[in-house]
Design a protein around this ligand. Sequence first.
Ligand code: G3P
Ligand code: MG
Length: 247
Amino acid sequence: MPAPANPPRVIGHRGARSTAPENTLAGLRQAVAEGASWVEFDVKLTSDGHPVLIHDETVDRTTNGKGKVAEMSLADIRALDAGGWFGRRFAGEKVPTLDEALELMSGLAMGFNLEIKPCPGREVETAKVALERVRALWPSFRATPVISSFQHASLAAARDAVPGLPRGLLAERLPADWKKLAEELGCSFIHPGTRALTREEVAAVKAAGYPMLVWTVNEPARARELTAWGVDSIITDSPAAILAALQ
Ligand code: G3P
Ligand code: MG
């Protein structure tokens, strides 16, 4: 059984999305350079079943290629440049495999929130494969990660695959039945979006004893407000700025 997860106040979103291409190894390193000790990243499966770090259903926005992730093999995806679109100095960055990301993060003594972001229809398979890689590769002496998803089928599959790894219930907006869902899916963290999040909602979640990781907060004043309300961790594109705001 892993140690309880203890995410820090500030977590880099897709690495450090404001200053480095999202979901790349350069982005994970950038988060550390900005002082973050944890990152959030998104995992999908290639057509041949390999877990890779990418957010969208297509590679169009974040690489120099075109096409659906679910229809591209690992070799297809690895041939793309995932950094040049963001800035010339990032040209040559690849879409990382989950294995590469885990190896880098362990080497840097980082922690992470892995978001299972399945292509439609692959909710269970993506969770199973990603959890199996974490179980096999993530050293027990490193920080216990949090596994999150918007997809309830993925959370259930993650629970069944590696029950001991803590899970976070992701939602654009805190659902009215969040507690029932968390209990059903065995989620011990709650991850609402912050656009409409209220002080009363934070108080209710905290009173029930659940840690809250909220996203995506890039405004220092909002980060301070949410922290004052009792939110535990802020997921941000700009870790340096939000760490400075919360000093
Ligand atoms: O996990 C928090 C956040 O990343 C969820 O939204 O679309 O940025 O993956 P998205
Ligand atoms: Mg995400």
